[in-house]
Design a binder for this molecule. Structure first.
Ligand SMILES: Nc1ncnc2c1ncn2[C@@H]1O[C@H](COP(=O)(O)OP(=O)(O)O)[C@@H](O)[C@H]1O
Ligand SMILES: [Mg+2]
Length: 241
């Protein structure tokens, strides 16, 4: 146990007691930046549970050769700290369908996935340990993960609609001094933007105002910020279609 806590100290947060009885495994899926990680943290906070977060890509890329062992330790820690929520972010990194590329990493990734499935099968619903996961690519997931008793509840986190965009813009501009800014208009200009992009637009608008040495953020700053964030997105090679 000590080893896990040593390598992942920031991932273990004491949060108290779980009060609800959700399904065994909840999988959040949707485009990057739609707030999946944010939601998982909020759920753990609301449930007063210990929140144990592990990223699938870290399991695969950072802890090479240790993936399966870390998964075992993660669940052991969750049982010790129950009530707890185990959150596996970017689960596609460990749980994608088998590829036939024959890379040496694959066998190791398979072992990590097998361990995860074994752990999920090994505890029962009425226990005080819940598991959540998030992915941008639900279509890529190994169907074994989605069998009953594993991730048996899939929740799509969609792109925000105009009203939700407005609420998100309000949240991320709440500490800004604004002059004559219509966030409704900004919301109308940001079709298909994710929560993360809306946050970036607010930050960028603030920086524009600072650059032109204004005392408050104006509509012109938001207009430029929207264009900039949209351009950044278009040039982002990680863009998902
Ligand atoms: N619905 C939302 N409301 C407010 N902020 C959001 C929302 N969705 C995303 N964000 C902002 O974008 C950031 C990144 O979101 P994140 O949870 O990492 O997305 P995902 O895990 O789906 O890629 C969050 O920390 C938050 O600041
Ligand atoms: Mg995330």
């Amino acid at each position: 146990m000590a080893r896990l806590e040593a390598v992942l100290p920031e991932l273990v947060e004491e949060l108290g007691r779980v009060g609800v009885e959700p399904p065994k495994g909840i999988l959040l899926y949707g485009a990057p930046g739609t707030g999946k990680t944010l939601i998982a943290k909020a759920v753990a906070h609301e449930a007063h549970a210990t929140f144990i977060r592990m990223s699938g890509s870290e399991l695969v890329h950072k802890f090479i050769g240790e993936g399966a062992g870390l998964v075992r330790e993660l669940f052991q820690l969750a049982r010790e700290r129950a009530p707890a929520i185990v959150f596996i972010d970017e689960i596609d990194a460990v749980g994608s369908m088998r590829t036939n590329d024959g890379t040496s990493g694959s066998a190791e990734v398979q072992r990590t996935l097998m361990q995860l499935l074994a752990e999920m099968d090994g505890f029962d619903n009425r226990g005080d340990v819940r598991i959540m996961a998030a992915t941008n690519r639900v279509d890529m997931l190994d169907p074994a993960l989605l069998r009953p008793g594993r991730f048996d509840r899939l929740i799509e986190i969609p792109l925000p609609d105009p009203d939700s965009r407005l609420e998100i813009l309000k949240i991320h501009s709440r500490n800004m001094h604004m002059d004559d800014v219509s966030l409704e208009v900004v919301s109308a200009m940001t079709d298909k933007a994710t929560g993360a992009e809306l946050q970036a637009i607010c930050r960028e608008a603030g920086m524009m105002a600072v650059r032109r040495e204004a005392i408050s953020v104006g509509m012109v700053d938001f207009t430029i910020a929207v264009k900039k964030v949209r351009l950044d997105k278009m040039s982002d090679t990680r863009m998902y279609i």
